[in-house]
Design a protein around this ligand. Structure first.
Ligand code: ZN
Length: 683
């Protein structure tokens, strides 16, 4: 039977009463707690049906409730919603800690795993049980009450230290600015940046301009500012933020904060029987051992370093001949790179914008999905959303079967979080009554809205962004798994999450797709082969230098978390120097305190995980190369990809699935060839 898209399948957003959210959440959590105890005492022979299925229903109800609130907080923020949201977060986190330490529940799930009936469960059900038990152990469910309290204390301390770390970075970034009074020193810096600097000076009742260290301003000055002295001041202040050195030395110093974070991470890992924090973090990842990460970095790193050194020599020669810079100082590098890019390719993101009106890009994207997977997206009018600009689509497969829904919210708004991201509003599952709940994805971007007759126009980077987010959405929407813990984007190892999204980015670069999308919004003129060729040529510009930088960070992160020795108070700086010795091609200044503001690993979720950018990139480019080797739009390959990547969600291990798709493991050399770091024959 082919079902029809129904607006009644979709949640409503306008009916949410902010004043009632907290009370509703509290009631839901209490009901869940009560229900769980009932389930555990009702029987002593636990099964999927009498324990796991009702728990899934409870989790799903909570998820669907909270996902709407959390989404509105992201896309329609207001003081009233934010205060409700912030009041609810501690309730949710207490609830989840309580569950993760629930020994009775853990023991009950263990008995299901040990029962003869376990063998009859589906792959997804077995995987759910496996993941659940693993996560219980990683939370310390098996520990004594004293040690559980230690785990809780360490986690709380770590959260506090991370907040202090990122506050220091934020405060240090804001505490310093460069005061310029000589207009000649502004040469090259874009007008809008100077206007911001002027406004800042005016606000502080100063003459001239004040350039802050906020990244867009810092980057604009470093890449465009012609005055080397100005660049040097900005650079020296930027690379010593939140440290014991530089213009605000010692004021927001993260030195001891980093040491404490590393000590406590190690203590936490040791309490949970892991040798290092890296081992602990990798326990839920696709890569299992720190040595395997290091080996991966090294395989990419050796050829890349050779090529990056060549690229840097070219840059130095160019800077000497064309820019009159005899020595390329650290603060000259970004400036010289941008001049060389202009010199070699004469192409700018802004000039491409008129060729990529949003609707044409969406049509091109949907066309790609149709040609590859036979999917069609039907727009549903009159749905209850959070803004008139949001569109809702129903996605059907080639058999005409309705598979999922998707909300697309493209434009920037003042009450919307920045950046682009995909979220899960609800997951696919088989309900206890046997009916199927379809997945719903949320795709969010921050493109420039239309203005009068001018439609929303995208840079090519934004086109890639849309394809990227749709890659995440596809993995959520096309899942065929019926257990929500491992359906769609749920339960996928963290280092494999960016695989389908980066894979979809490659299709934005497909010549046929690009030609179909790119048409001038006023004249209808096509982008043309010459321009597309230029874009291809510019795509891999200095790819090796960019990659060595990523590898330097990844090596630093993994080395630090795999072999941290608390007795070495210089561990951070020592490891940073070793990483630089291996991979840095450009000169560095002294003092250089990169680690002091490396928020990804000290305050974000990337601790012992920075490698995952490259890891997923290798899988994505390698999977794409399989399509290329079969002529691009090959429907058999697309079917395999859907079956091995887009449909199984987190129900099976991604390395096994990749082998099933490609017939071998992901090969880092494919990325190096794709980026023109090695040529076809040398691999
Ligand atoms: Zn992503």
């Amino acid at each position: 039977m082919v079902s029809k898209p129904q607006r009644s399948d979709l949640p409503t957003f306008s009916s949410i009463d902010y004043n009632a959210i907290q009370a509703e959440l509290e009631a839901m959590l209490d009901a869940n707690r009560k229900r769980l105890e009932e389930l555990l005492t009702a029987t002593d022979v636990y099964t999927w049906d009498n324990l796991m299925a009702p728990i899934e229903t409870m989790d799903d109800t909570l998820h669907r409730f909270w996902a709407r609130v959390s989404h509105l907080n992201n896309v329609k923020n207001s003081d009233s919603l934010r205060s409700v949201y912030e009041a609810c977060i501690p309730l949710l986190s207490a609830y989840s800690t309580e569950l993760s330490h629930h020994k009775g529940l853990y023991d009950a799930i263990c008995t299901i795993q040990q029962s003869p009936a376990y063998a009859d469960l589906s792959v997804a059900q077995q995987k759910t049980i496996h993941n659940n038990l693993r996560d219980f152990r990683l939370a310390g469910v098996h520990l004594s009450p004293e040690k559980k309290a230690d785990v809780a204390k360490l986690s709380e301390d770590l959260a506090g230290l991370s907040t202090t770390y990122s506050n220091h970075v934020l405060d240090a970034t804001q505490a310093w600015s460069l005061h310029v009074t000589d207009e000649a020193q502004l040469a090259g810096i874009p007008d809008y940046v100077c206007a911001m600097a002027k406004a800042k000076a005016d606000a502080e009742k100063k003459e001239g301009w004040l350039f802050s260290l906020d990244f867009p301003i810092y980057y604009a000055v470093l890449s465009q500012g012609k005055d080397a002295w100005v660049r040097e001041q900005m650079y020296r202040a930027y690379v010593t933020r939140a440290s014991d050195a530089g213009p605000n030395a010692g004021e927001f110093d993260n030195t001891s904060i980093m040491q404490s974070i590393l000590e406590k991470r190690l203590a936490l890992a040791n309490l949970l029987d892991c040798d290092s924090y890296a081992h602990y973090a990798l326990a839920t990842r696709m890569v299992k051992k720190p040595e395997d990460v290091m080996d991966f970095i090294q395989r990419l790193g050796e050829p890349t370093k050779v090529k990056a050194d060549e690229e840097f020599s070219e840059l130095r020669a160019f800077a000497k001949e064309q820019l009159g810079l005899d020595e390329l100082a650290p603060w000259d590098v970004t400036f010289a790179v941008e001049r060389l890019r202009e010199h070699a390719y004469a192409i700018s993101q802004e000039a491409l914008r008129p060729y990529f009106p949003l609707q044409a890009v969406l049509d091109g994207l949907f066309d790609t999905l149709n040609r590859l997977f036979g999917l069609s997206l039907e727009r549903l009018e009159g749905c209850d959303t959070w803004h008139d600009d949001v569109s809702v689509y129903a996605l059907s497969d080639k058999a005409g079967v309705l598979r999922s829904y998707c909300y697309i919210d493209c434009y920037a708004r003042s009450d919307k979080r920045g950046g682009a991201w995909m979220d899960d509003l609800q997951g696919r599952r088989k309900r206890e009554d046997g009916s199927i709940q379809l997945p719903i994805a949320l795709v969010n971007c921050n493109f420039t809205p239309p203005d009068g007759d001018r439609p929303s126009l995208l840079t090519f980077e934004e086109v890639e962004t849309l394809f990227h987010e749709f890659g995440h959405a596809l993995q959520h929407m096309l899942t065929t798994v019926d257990v929500s813990d491992v359906a769609g984007i749920s339960g996928i190892p963290w280092d494999a999450v960016e695989f389908p999204s980066q894979f979809m980015e490659h299709w934005a670069w497909d010549r046929a797709i690009m030609t179909r999308m790119a048409k001038h919004y006023q004249t209808g003129e096509l982008l043309g082969d010459a321009m597309i060729d230029k874009m291809y040529a510019a795509r891999h510009f200095q790819a090796a230098m960019r990659m060595t930088r990523q590898l330097e960070f990844a090596w630093f992160d993994m080395q630090l978390h795999a072999s941290f020795d608390p007795s070495n108070t210089q561990a951070v700086m020592d490891t940073l120097h070793q990483a630089q010795e291996r991979y840095a091609v450009a000169p560095r200044v002294d003092p250089y305190r990169f680690a002091h503001a490396f928020s990804h690993i000290f305050a974000g979720g990337y601790a012992a995980g920075y490698y995952s950018y490259k890891w997923a990139e290798v899988m994505a480019v390698d999977a794409f190369s399989v399509f290329e080797s079969r002529g691009g739009f090959d429907s058999k390959t697309a079917d395999d990809f859907a079956r091995c990547v887009l449909e199984p969600g987190g129900s099976r291990d991604p390395d096994e699935l990749f082998r099933e798709f490609a017939g071998r493991d992901p090969d880092p050399m494919v990325l190096l060839r794709h980026d023109h770091i090695i040529d076809e024959v040398s691999a």
